[in-house]
Design a protein around this ligand. Structure first.
Ligand code: UD1
Length: 345
Protein backbone atom coordinates (compact mmCIF):
# COMPACT_ATOMS: atom_id res chain seq x y z
CA UNK A 1 0.00 0.00 0.00
CA UNK A 2 1.13 3.56 -0.67
CA UNK A 3 -0.37 5.71 2.04
CA UNK A 4 -0.58 9.49 1.94
CA UNK A 5 -0.09 10.77 5.49
CA UNK A 6 -1.33 14.35 5.83
CA UNK A 7 0.12 16.07 8.88
CA UNK A 8 2.78 13.35 8.98
CA UNK A 9 5.35 15.63 10.61
CA UNK A 10 3.14 16.23 13.66
CA UNK A 11 3.02 14.36 16.94
CA UNK A 12 0.55 11.61 16.08
CA UNK A 13 1.30 11.65 12.35
CA UNK A 14 5.03 11.00 12.84
CA UNK A 15 4.34 8.00 15.08
CA UNK A 16 1.84 6.70 12.52
CA UNK A 17 4.56 7.01 9.85
CA UNK A 18 6.79 4.72 11.92
CA UNK A 19 3.99 2.18 12.43
CA UNK A 20 3.07 2.23 8.72
CA UNK A 21 6.65 1.76 7.53
CA UNK A 22 7.25 -0.99 10.06
CA UNK A 23 4.12 -2.76 8.78
CA UNK A 24 5.56 -2.76 5.27
CA UNK A 25 3.67 0.17 3.76
CA UNK A 26 5.12 2.91 1.59
CA UNK A 27 4.31 6.45 2.67
CA UNK A 28 4.18 9.93 1.20
CA UNK A 29 3.92 12.75 3.74
CA UNK A 30 2.08 16.02 3.12
CA UNK A 31 2.57 18.69 5.77
CA UNK A 32 2.57 22.49 5.80
CA UNK A 33 4.83 22.51 8.90
CA UNK A 34 2.54 25.07 10.58
CA UNK A 35 2.78 23.25 13.92
CA UNK A 36 5.55 20.74 13.27
CA UNK A 37 9.00 20.54 11.75
CA UNK A 38 10.84 18.50 9.20
CA UNK A 39 13.27 17.15 11.78
CA UNK A 40 10.58 14.77 13.04
CA UNK A 41 10.47 13.13 9.62
CA UNK A 42 14.25 12.81 9.50
CA UNK A 43 13.98 11.01 12.82
CA UNK A 44 11.26 8.73 11.41
CA UNK A 45 13.74 7.76 8.67
CA UNK A 46 16.42 7.18 11.28
CA UNK A 47 14.16 4.92 13.37
CA UNK A 48 12.93 2.90 10.39
CA UNK A 49 15.95 3.07 8.07
CA UNK A 50 13.57 4.12 5.28
CA UNK A 51 13.52 7.36 3.28
CA UNK A 52 10.20 8.55 1.87
CA UNK A 53 8.84 11.51 -0.09
CA UNK A 54 7.87 14.61 1.87
CA UNK A 55 5.71 17.28 0.23
CA UNK A 56 5.60 20.64 2.01
CA UNK A 57 2.18 21.95 1.02
CA UNK A 58 -1.28 22.48 2.42
CA UNK A 59 -4.31 20.17 2.23
CA UNK A 60 -6.33 23.28 1.44
CA UNK A 61 -4.33 23.87 -1.74
CA UNK A 62 -6.12 21.96 -4.48
CA UNK A 63 -3.38 22.59 -7.05
CA UNK A 64 -0.84 21.10 -4.63
CA UNK A 65 -3.05 18.03 -4.16
CA UNK A 66 -3.36 17.66 -7.94
CA UNK A 67 0.43 17.67 -8.25
CA UNK A 68 0.75 15.16 -5.43
CA UNK A 69 -1.87 12.70 -6.68
CA UNK A 70 -0.39 12.96 -10.19
CA UNK A 71 3.17 12.38 -9.01
CA UNK A 72 2.43 9.47 -6.66
CA UNK A 73 0.16 6.46 -6.95
CA UNK A 74 -1.75 6.67 -3.63
CA UNK A 75 -3.90 3.78 -2.35
CA UNK A 76 -5.14 5.25 0.93
CA UNK A 77 -5.01 8.44 2.99
CA UNK A 78 -4.48 8.94 6.72
CA UNK A 79 -5.62 12.47 7.45
CA UNK A 80 -3.93 13.94 10.53
CA UNK A 81 -3.46 17.51 9.25
CA UNK A 82 -5.47 19.84 11.43
CA UNK A 83 -5.40 22.17 14.39
CA UNK A 84 -6.26 20.98 17.89
CA UNK A 85 -6.16 23.65 20.56
CA UNK A 86 -9.56 24.29 22.11
CA UNK A 87 -8.80 27.78 23.47
CA UNK A 88 -7.21 28.93 20.21
CA UNK A 89 -10.22 27.63 18.27
CA UNK A 90 -12.50 29.93 20.30
CA UNK A 91 -10.34 32.90 19.28
CA UNK A 92 -9.84 31.82 15.67
CA UNK A 93 -12.93 29.92 14.57
CA UNK A 94 -12.48 30.78 10.89
CA UNK A 95 -8.94 29.42 10.93
CA UNK A 96 -10.16 26.20 12.53
CA UNK A 97 -13.04 25.72 10.10
CA UNK A 98 -10.76 26.59 7.16
CA UNK A 99 -8.05 24.12 8.16
CA UNK A 100 -10.05 21.31 9.69
CA UNK A 101 -13.29 21.37 7.72
CA UNK A 102 -12.44 23.00 4.37
CA UNK A 103 -9.09 21.16 4.32
CA UNK A 104 -10.88 17.83 4.60
CA UNK A 105 -13.36 18.81 1.88
CA UNK A 106 -10.53 19.72 -0.49
CA UNK A 107 -8.77 16.46 0.31
CA UNK A 108 -11.91 14.39 -0.27
CA UNK A 109 -12.61 16.17 -3.57
CA UNK A 110 -9.12 15.35 -4.77
CA UNK A 111 -9.37 11.75 -3.53
CA UNK A 112 -12.61 11.32 -5.43
CA UNK A 113 -11.12 12.78 -8.63
CA UNK A 114 -8.07 10.52 -8.42
CA UNK A 115 -10.03 7.40 -7.46
CA UNK A 116 -8.61 7.07 -3.93
CA UNK A 117 -11.42 5.68 -1.81
CA UNK A 118 -9.83 4.71 1.49
CA UNK A 119 -9.65 7.42 4.17
CA UNK A 120 -8.74 7.21 7.85
CA UNK A 121 -9.76 10.35 9.68
CA UNK A 122 -8.38 11.64 13.01
CA UNK A 123 -11.37 12.43 15.18
CA UNK A 124 -11.44 12.93 18.91
CA UNK A 125 -13.31 11.92 22.04
CA UNK A 126 -14.08 15.63 22.24
CA UNK A 127 -17.09 14.85 19.98
CA UNK A 128 -18.76 13.17 23.00
CA UNK A 129 -18.80 16.46 24.94
CA UNK A 130 -19.79 15.80 28.55
CA UNK A 131 -20.73 12.09 28.41
CA UNK A 132 -23.82 10.90 30.25
CA UNK A 133 -21.80 8.00 31.69
CA UNK A 134 -18.50 6.15 31.34
CA UNK A 135 -17.15 4.14 29.59
CA UNK A 136 -18.14 5.74 26.29
CA UNK A 137 -19.27 3.63 23.36
CA UNK A 138 -19.31 4.81 19.75
CA UNK A 139 -23.10 5.15 19.72
CA UNK A 140 -23.12 7.89 22.38
CA UNK A 141 -24.56 11.18 21.09
CA UNK A 142 -22.08 13.66 19.63
CA UNK A 143 -22.07 17.38 20.23
CA UNK A 144 -19.41 20.04 20.60
CA UNK A 145 -18.89 23.01 22.85
CA UNK A 146 -16.14 24.83 20.94
CA UNK A 147 -15.06 25.37 17.30
CA UNK A 148 -12.32 22.73 17.48
CA UNK A 149 -14.77 20.06 18.65
CA UNK A 150 -17.36 21.36 16.22
CA UNK A 151 -14.91 21.01 13.35
CA UNK A 152 -14.52 17.30 14.20
CA UNK A 153 -18.29 16.82 14.47
CA UNK A 154 -18.78 18.59 11.13
CA UNK A 155 -16.18 16.51 9.31
CA UNK A 156 -17.66 13.31 10.75
CA UNK A 157 -21.03 14.43 9.36
CA UNK A 158 -19.53 15.14 5.94
CA UNK A 159 -17.95 11.68 5.85
CA UNK A 160 -21.25 10.03 6.78
CA UNK A 161 -22.97 12.03 4.04
CA UNK A 162 -20.43 10.83 1.46
CA UNK A 163 -21.28 7.25 2.35
CA UNK A 164 -24.98 8.08 2.40
CA UNK A 165 -24.70 9.41 -1.15
CA UNK A 166 -22.83 6.24 -2.11
CA UNK A 167 -25.96 4.25 -1.27
CA UNK A 168 -27.60 5.89 -4.30
CA UNK A 169 -24.66 5.18 -6.61
CA UNK A 170 -24.35 2.12 -8.84
CA UNK A 171 -20.93 1.35 -7.35
CA UNK A 172 -20.23 2.67 -3.84
CA UNK A 173 -16.96 4.57 -3.66
CA UNK A 174 -15.95 5.49 -0.14
CA UNK A 175 -14.32 3.34 2.45
CA UNK A 176 -13.83 5.46 5.58
CA UNK A 177 -12.68 5.01 9.16
CA UNK A 178 -13.36 7.64 11.80
CA UNK A 179 -11.00 7.09 14.71
CA UNK A 180 -11.95 8.86 17.93
CA UNK A 181 -8.82 9.34 20.01
CA UNK A 182 -8.93 9.64 23.76
CA UNK A 183 -5.84 11.31 25.28
CA UNK A 184 -2.68 10.45 23.34
CA UNK A 185 0.54 10.63 25.37
CA UNK A 186 4.01 9.10 25.35
CA UNK A 187 6.59 8.87 22.62
CA UNK A 188 8.37 6.32 20.47
CA UNK A 189 10.56 4.12 22.69
CA UNK A 190 13.71 5.28 20.84
CA UNK A 191 13.31 8.78 22.32
CA UNK A 192 13.81 10.18 18.80
CA UNK A 193 10.28 11.50 18.21
CA UNK A 194 7.66 12.84 20.60
CA UNK A 195 5.32 15.72 21.28
CA UNK A 196 6.85 19.17 20.75
CA UNK A 197 4.13 21.79 21.19
CA UNK A 198 4.76 25.42 20.28
CA UNK A 199 4.82 27.75 23.29
CA UNK A 200 3.25 26.85 26.62
CA UNK A 201 1.52 23.48 26.30
CA UNK A 202 -2.24 23.22 26.83
CA UNK A 203 -2.24 19.49 27.42
CA UNK A 204 -1.33 17.84 30.68
CA UNK A 205 1.62 15.60 29.91
CA UNK A 206 3.62 18.07 27.79
CA UNK A 207 3.16 20.58 30.63
CA UNK A 208 4.32 18.10 33.29
CA UNK A 209 7.35 17.19 31.13
CA UNK A 210 8.45 20.82 30.92
CA UNK A 211 8.10 21.16 34.70
CA UNK A 212 10.29 18.06 35.08
CA UNK A 213 13.09 19.52 32.92
CA UNK A 214 12.87 22.83 34.80
CA UNK A 215 11.45 24.92 31.94
CA UNK A 216 8.19 25.58 33.79
CA UNK A 217 7.93 26.21 37.53
CA UNK A 218 4.89 24.25 38.57
CA UNK A 219 1.82 22.54 37.25
CA UNK A 220 -1.58 24.18 37.74
CA UNK A 221 -4.04 21.38 38.39
CA UNK A 222 -7.32 22.58 36.92
CA UNK A 223 -9.93 21.76 39.56
CA UNK A 224 -9.69 19.75 42.76
CA UNK A 225 -13.33 19.11 43.58
CA UNK A 226 -14.67 17.18 40.63
CA UNK A 227 -16.83 14.17 41.59
CA UNK A 228 -13.88 11.82 41.02
CA UNK A 229 -11.95 9.70 43.59
CA UNK A 230 -9.32 12.42 44.30
CA UNK A 231 -11.26 15.44 43.01
CA UNK A 232 -9.11 15.95 39.88
CA UNK A 233 -10.14 15.27 36.27
CA UNK A 234 -9.98 11.71 34.97
CA UNK A 235 -9.01 10.83 31.37
CA UNK A 236 -8.20 7.79 29.27
CA UNK A 237 -4.54 8.29 28.36
CA UNK A 238 -3.34 6.13 25.49
CA UNK A 239 0.25 5.55 24.35
CA UNK A 240 0.79 7.24 20.99
CA UNK A 241 2.37 4.06 19.54
CA UNK A 242 -0.73 2.05 20.49
CA UNK A 243 -2.76 4.75 18.77
CA UNK A 244 -0.49 4.61 15.69
CA UNK A 245 -0.83 0.83 15.53
CA UNK A 246 -4.62 1.23 15.75
CA UNK A 247 -4.43 3.24 12.50
CA UNK A 248 -2.56 0.45 10.75
CA UNK A 249 -5.19 -2.04 11.95
CA UNK A 250 -7.96 0.24 10.66
CA UNK A 251 -6.17 0.45 7.29
CA UNK A 252 -5.89 -3.36 7.18
CA UNK A 253 -9.57 -3.62 7.96
CA UNK A 254 -10.71 -1.10 5.35
CA UNK A 255 -8.60 -2.70 2.66
CA UNK A 256 -9.62 -6.26 3.54
CA UNK A 257 -11.74 -7.47 0.64
CA UNK A 258 -14.28 -8.89 3.11
CA UNK A 259 -14.99 -5.38 4.49
CA UNK A 260 -17.89 -3.70 2.74
CA UNK A 261 -17.51 -0.05 1.83
CA UNK A 262 -18.97 2.46 4.24
CA UNK A 263 -18.06 4.63 7.19
CA UNK A 264 -16.86 2.92 10.34
CA UNK A 265 -16.26 4.59 13.70
CA UNK A 266 -13.91 3.22 16.32
CA UNK A 267 -12.84 4.55 19.73
CA UNK A 268 -9.10 4.33 20.31
CA UNK A 269 -8.56 4.35 24.06
CA UNK A 270 -7.46 1.93 26.76
CA UNK A 271 -10.65 1.75 28.82
CA UNK A 272 -8.77 2.97 31.94
CA UNK A 273 -9.16 6.37 33.54
CA UNK A 274 -6.40 8.13 35.49
CA UNK A 275 -6.68 11.35 37.46
CA UNK A 276 -4.37 14.35 37.11
CA UNK A 277 -2.77 13.52 40.47
CA UNK A 278 -2.25 9.89 39.47
CA UNK A 279 -0.51 11.17 36.32
CA UNK A 280 1.71 13.44 38.40
CA UNK A 281 2.75 10.58 40.73
CA UNK A 282 3.38 8.20 37.85
CA UNK A 283 5.53 10.80 36.07
CA UNK A 284 7.51 11.47 39.26
CA UNK A 285 8.14 7.72 39.60
CA UNK A 286 9.24 7.35 35.96
CA UNK A 287 11.47 10.44 35.90
CA UNK A 288 12.75 10.56 39.46
CA UNK A 289 11.97 14.30 39.39
CA UNK A 290 9.53 16.08 41.68
CA UNK A 291 6.58 17.78 39.94
CA UNK A 292 5.48 20.74 42.08
CA UNK A 293 1.83 21.58 41.57
CA UNK A 294 -0.96 23.72 42.94
CA UNK A 295 -4.68 23.17 42.61
CA UNK A 296 -6.42 26.09 40.88
CA UNK A 297 -9.87 26.76 39.44
CA UNK A 298 -11.37 24.43 36.85
CA UNK A 299 -10.55 25.18 33.21
CA UNK A 300 -13.73 26.39 31.50
CA UNK A 301 -15.16 23.71 29.24
CA UNK A 302 -13.37 20.81 31.01
CA UNK A 303 -15.35 17.73 31.96
CA UNK A 304 -14.91 15.68 35.13
CA UNK A 305 -14.15 12.33 33.58
CA UNK A 306 -14.08 10.47 30.34
CA UNK A 307 -12.85 7.06 29.31
CA UNK A 308 -13.44 4.77 26.38
CA UNK A 309 -15.11 1.49 25.88
CA UNK A 310 -12.55 0.22 23.34
CA UNK A 311 -14.23 -3.16 22.81
CA UNK A 312 -15.55 -2.37 19.31
CA UNK A 313 -12.00 -1.78 18.05
CA UNK A 314 -10.86 -4.95 19.75
CA UNK A 315 -13.57 -7.16 18.25
CA UNK A 316 -13.63 -5.59 14.78
CA UNK A 317 -9.99 -4.56 14.24
CA UNK A 318 -8.22 -7.05 16.49
CA UNK A 319 -6.57 -4.05 18.15
CA UNK A 320 -6.06 -3.38 21.82
CA UNK A 321 -3.76 -0.93 23.61
CA UNK A 322 -0.90 -2.92 25.16
CA UNK A 323 1.26 -0.24 26.78
CA UNK A 324 0.51 0.66 30.38
CA UNK A 325 0.77 3.91 32.33
CA UNK A 326 4.43 3.45 33.37
CA UNK A 327 5.49 2.82 29.78
CA UNK A 328 3.67 6.00 28.71
CA UNK A 329 5.55 7.95 31.38
CA UNK A 330 8.96 6.37 30.78
CA UNK A 331 8.73 6.98 27.05
CA UNK A 332 7.58 10.59 27.57
CA UNK A 333 10.49 11.16 29.93
CA UNK A 334 13.04 9.56 27.58
CA UNK A 335 11.91 11.87 24.76
CA UNK A 336 11.78 14.99 26.96
CA UNK A 337 15.05 14.40 28.82
CA UNK A 338 16.96 13.55 25.63
CA UNK A 339 15.40 16.50 23.77
CA UNK A 340 14.75 19.26 26.31
CA UNK A 341 14.29 21.72 23.41
CA UNK A 342 12.16 19.36 21.38
CA UNK A 343 13.20 19.16 17.74
CA UNK A 344 15.05 22.51 17.85
CA UNK A 345 18.40 21.27 19.17
C1 UD1 B 1 -7.97 18.50 25.41
C2 UD1 B 1 -9.12 19.16 24.75
C3 UD1 B 1 -9.72 18.18 23.78
C4 UD1 B 1 -8.69 17.80 22.75
C5 UD1 B 1 -7.43 17.27 23.40
C6 UD1 B 1 -6.37 17.23 22.34
C7 UD1 B 1 -9.94 20.86 26.31
C8 UD1 B 1 -11.05 21.26 27.20
N1 UD1 B 1 -10.06 19.63 25.74
O1 UD1 B 1 -8.46 17.34 26.09
O2 UD1 B 1 -10.84 18.76 23.14
O3 UD1 B 1 -9.19 16.80 21.87
O4 UD1 B 1 -7.00 18.14 24.45
O5 UD1 B 1 -5.22 16.65 22.80
O6 UD1 B 1 -9.00 21.57 26.08
N2 UD1 B 1 -4.91 19.60 33.14
C9 UD1 B 1 -4.40 20.26 34.26
N3 UD1 B 1 -3.40 21.18 34.07
C10 UD1 B 1 -2.89 21.47 32.83
C11 UD1 B 1 -3.41 20.79 31.69
C12 UD1 B 1 -4.43 19.88 31.89
O7 UD1 B 1 -4.83 20.02 35.38
O8 UD1 B 1 -1.99 22.33 32.72
C13 UD1 B 1 -5.94 18.59 33.35
C14 UD1 B 1 -7.25 18.88 32.65
O9 UD1 B 1 -8.10 19.66 33.45
C15 UD1 B 1 -7.79 17.47 32.39
C16 UD1 B 1 -6.52 16.64 32.18
O10 UD1 B 1 -5.47 17.37 32.79
O11 UD1 B 1 -8.45 16.97 33.53
C17 UD1 B 1 -6.18 16.42 30.72
O12 UD1 B 1 -6.13 17.68 30.08
P1 UD1 B 1 -5.62 17.81 28.55
O13 UD1 B 1 -4.32 17.12 28.38
O14 UD1 B 1 -5.65 19.26 28.19
O15 UD1 B 1 -6.69 16.98 27.73
P2 UD1 B 1 -8.28 17.15 27.64
O16 UD1 B 1 -8.76 18.35 28.35
O17 UD1 B 1 -8.87 15.84 28.02
Amino acid sequence: MAVLVTGGAGYIGSHACVALIQSGHNIVVLDNLSNSCRASLEQVSEITGVKFPVVIDDVNDRAALDRLFTAYQIDAVMHFAGMKAVGESCELPLTYYRNNVAGTLTLCEAMKDYGVRTLIFSSSATVYGEPLSNPITEDFPVHATNPYGQSKVMVEQVLHDLVQADALAAVPFWNIAILRYFNPVGAHASGKIGEDPLGIPNNLLPFISLVAVGKLKELSVFGGSYPTPDGTGVRDYIHVMDLAEGHVKALDKLTDEKTSSGCHTWNLGTGNGYSVLEMVSAFEAASGRPIPYKIVDCRPGDIAECWADPSKAESELGWKATRGLMEMMEDTWRWQSQNPNGFSK
